[in-house]
Design a protein around this ligand. Structure first.
Ligand SMILES: [Zn+2]
Length: 113
């Protein structure tokens, strides 16, 4: 499995078999995704130190900007400014847990040494 496949499937960067998240969360009931502290297969520690995932906010920001640009380009010709604004906010809220999971996964893969 390549690193890209590992990121897409949210697998451990070391063994690529253990899951990083024990629960994907549900945005509709506001249940946030929960992470495993260590990999269930190889024992790789996901959070290296307290505050380790603060840097993943940069990744989350980049993901959100990319998603909003994509939504904007699709919806811009068809919607008024007010509706476009509402669609972008709704898209941002619905994709927030997706961004949370993938920002942390990408962050773990960036510093997997
Ligand atoms: Zn592992």
């Amino acid at each position: 499995m390549t690193n890209f496949q590992g990121i897409v499937r949210c697998k451990c960067p070391k063994c690529k078999t253990g899951k990083i998240f024990e629960d994907n969360g549900n945005v509709f009931v506001l249940r946030a995704p929960r992470m495993h502290a260590v990999c269930s297969s190889c024992g790789y520690k996901f959070e290296k130190e307290p505050g380790y995932f603060i840097g993943s906010l940069y990744v989350s920001y980049a993901l959100a900007v990319a998603e909003m640009l994509f939504l904007f380009c699709i919806c811009f010709p068809f919607l008024s400014f007010e509706m476009l604004f509402l669609v972008l906010i709704l898209g941002l809220l619905l994709l927030s847990f997706f961004n949370f999971r993938y920002a942390r996964t990408i962050w773990i893969y960036l510093f997997q040494l």
